[in-house]
Design a binder for this molecule. Structure first.
Ligand SMILES: [Mg+2]
Ligand SMILES: [Zn+2]
Length: 197
């Protein structure tokens, strides 16, 4: 299973649209508060509420500015991973289509309101481990052993519940601090070679 933002994509799509179409002051004030004074859902909901653009404007911007990491197409064809994201179907699926890839996606929904956009979260029950409505439940729902690939805050709890973890960036630092096992990865070519070996 793959996280999407910062894992498949080289740039976080929600951060990208908030900085381009939303309120940067809200982003600056709240993003560092995740896991401190705010839950991830509270921060995402607040950021999404500032978006002032049509879905077409947002997806066009992402299609123009957000590349996927090297080797994603090959890995997707070989392993058909499920995407488990704290982001949005509406922002993920156009990028998958651009790459000519069809994968199962577990993510949230962007819902239009009269005034703008609202986040509708797919996971709403608090996780028994971390207390937030995190990705762990969706990741383990199939009951089969899970290899999980991630990079950031939204992956912390899920990574501790996976059977095999590939981590980079904040997720790798966080697992280091806890002495939790993981394998490093840089791009999907390297990841595919490690899995095959
Ligand atoms: Mg991520
Ligand atoms: Zn959790």
């Amino acid at each position: 299973m793959l996280d999407w933002d910062g894992t498949v994509t080289e740039r976080d799509t929600l951060v990208a649209v908030v900085l381009r179409f939303g309120d940067k002051a809200v982003f600056d004030r709240l993003d560092g508060e995740i896991g401190r004074t705010q839950t991830q859902h509270q921060v995402i909901a607040a950021e999404v509420a500032t978006l002032d653009a049509t879905l077409a404007e947002m997806t066009e911007y992402l299609l123009d500015t957000v590349p996927v990491r090297a080797g994603f197409r090959e890995l997707a064809a070989c392993h058909q991973p499920t995407i488990v994201s704290a982001g949005f179907h509406e922002l993920i699926e156009p990028l998958l289509a651009r790459e000519g890839i069809e994968l199962d996606v577990h993510a949230n929904r962007l819902e239009p309101t009269g005034a703008g956009w609202r986040a509708v979260f797919s996971d709403t029950r608090p996780c028994p481990v971390c207390g937030e409505a995190c990705k762990r439940g969706a990741m383990l729902a199939g009951g089969a052993p899970v290899t999980f690939v991630g990079d950031g805050v939204s992956d912390y709890c899920a990574a501790l519940g996976a059977d095999r973890v590939f981590a980079r960036d904040w997720l790798a630092d966080w697992l280091d601090e806890r002495g939790a096992p993981y394998e490093s990865w840089h791009d999907f070519h390297e990841l595919a070679r490690t899995i095959a070996s």
